[in-house]
Design a protein around this ligand. Structure first.
Ligand code: 5AD
Ligand code: SF4
Length: 451
């Protein structure tokens, strides 16, 4: 009796997302294309449709998917009408093998098939199952969707400006599961941003695997810095961010946007991957340690307040102690606010996965990861401590993750701040005085609402 919904026609969708922001964006689109028939639920037990958007960037991410799908199997036993779909990168990578391994799955679909979800679900209802839809087309274009975002109305959201990747870093599976690099036309991007702002969004992050090469294949299109300048002018857009940048393609034009555009926040995620030029070459990254450090120096001189974060991989095949020391010394000299460090994980289709005779032993990878995180803890805490007693402009996003009595928001530098304040400030900009630095977050006290 407990879930008689007012709209009995509306079915329920449980949507679970793993992985990167690209996947979060894709999940949002799944909810949007299905919203005339399905509303979102947080309980898989009461769902009519369960969609799992998967990630295969590292083996660990892939395994999480298998364990979740295994747990969902029992719902299907209890309710044979339940439809289970697996989307995203594992779907793309494993395809038919997934269906063979898990016969209770009704649908396996890749990132390009999201827009056909309504018709595929109709076919399943008519008894045509399972469906496998993972073909990728090089001329695929992300459709423009300006319909309402899924509830609850978000304060910040992502807008994809390009998808796919042509870089072929030797460790990375992305080009194989996400296909070739395709930029969206600026008109679509602007229309989508205007639509989300109408719905109350204050902060937009432009998304792409390699945003700096935006427009390269579109001919008359603006460059990435040109696009940033256009987007920044959209009325009502209070904060703008972008991710991910490739260090090789980070141009002076883009750096100058941080100085020139008021709503472009002073945060850049610039994945370095390794501090050793030798390893960077083997990763096919097309920059050296010195070139990376020079770009950081140039950026800091153009925008002294810039906050930096990075990704790095430890234990890439052939990484010696000396190579690893270079990564540590790079962290010391750049002083990132936060790093995302990963143990190298061999991925299907990739070049580095064939260098098994040079694999770094698991124990050594784990030891290097611990050392890198220990060093970063020191650096990060020092950087966060320097913000104590400062007043920061915070965009309030919602209840705090750790303590539902509190609210959380973000500074322009992308630092998370937790503080006590009334709920009606969600979606507002407030001044918060930073009282205490923690690792990866700040505590603060409300000073005064700004707007
Ligand atoms: N092993 C470990 N980490 C990886 N990444 C990408 N591929 C791998 C891999 N095979 C990391 C990179 C990238 C981030 C999203 O994931 O650091 O920037
Ligand atoms: Fe992967 Fe490299 Fe492309 Fe990033 S730039 S998605 S790491 S291939």
């Amino acid at each position: 009796m407990h879930h008689i919904s007012q709209d009995t026609d509306h079915k329920r969708l449980y949507l679970r997302t793993f992985g990167c922001q690209m996947n979060e964006y894709d999940s949002q689109r799944m909810a949007q294309v299905l919203q005339s028939e399905y509303s979102l639920t947080l309980c898989p037990e009461e769902a009519d449709l369960i969609l799992i958007n998967t990630c295969s960037i590292r083996e660990k991410a892939e395994n999480k998917v298998y364990s979740l799908v295994g747990r969902i199997k029992k719902f299907k036993e209890q309710r044979p009408d339940l439809v289970i779909g697996i989307g995203g990168c594992v779907a793309q990578q494993e395809g038919k093998r997934l269906l063979r391994r898990m016969p209770y799955v009704d649908l396996v679909f890749g990132p390009q098939a999201i827009y056909r979800l309504p018709s595929m679900l109709r076919e399943i209802k008519m008894g045509k199952r399972p469906i496998l839809s993972i073909e990728t087309r090089d001329d695929f274009h992300i459709p423009l969707i300006t319909s309402p975002l899924p509830e609850p109305n978000p304060v910040r959201t992502f807008v994809t400006i390009m998808q796919g990747c042509d870089n072929y870093c030797t460790y990375c599976i992305v080009p194989y599961v996400r296909g070739r690099e395709v930029s969206r036309p600026p008109g679509d991007i602007l229309a989508e941003i205007r639509a989300v702002i109408r719905q109350g969004v204050k902060e937009v992050t432009l998304l792409g695997q390699n945003v700096n090469s935006y427009g390269k294949k579109l001919g008359a299109c603006p460059s990435f810095s040109g696009l940033l300048r256009m987007v920044a002018q959209v009325p009502g857009l209070r904060r703008l961010r972008f991710t991910t940048s490739h260090p090789r393609d980070l141009s002076r034009d883009v750096m100058e946007c941080f100085r020139d555009l008021d709503n472009l926040c002073e945060h850049l995620h610039l994945p370095v991957q390794s501090g050793s030029t030798r390893i960077l070459r083997r990763m096919n990254r097309h920059y050296t340690r010195d070139q990376y450090l020079k770009k950081i120096e140039e950026l800091k001189s153009i925008c002294p307040d810039i906050c930096l974060t990075t990704d790095l991989i430890v234990g890439f095949p052939g990484e010696t102690d000396a190579d690893f020391e270079e990564t540590l010394s790079l962290l010391r000299s750049v002083e990132f606010d936060q790093i995302f460090a990963f143990k190298y994980s061999p991925r299907p289709f990739t070049v580095a996965a064939t260098w098994s005779d040079e694999y770094v032993p698991e124990g050594l990878k784990a030891e290097r990861l611990t050392r890198v995180l220990e060093l970063q803890r020191e650096i990060g805490l020092r950087r966060y401590k320097a913000m104590e007693n400062q007043v920061k402009e915070v965009l309030v996003e919602g209840p705090s993750k750790k303590n539902a009595e509190e609210l959380m928001g973000r500074t322009r530098g992308n630092h998370i701040v937790n503080f006590l304040a009334p709920r009606d400030l969600i979606g507002k900009f407030v001044d918060v005085k930073i009282s205490k630095a923690c690792y990866h977050s700040l505590r603060g006290e409300l000073s005064s609402p700004v707007s």
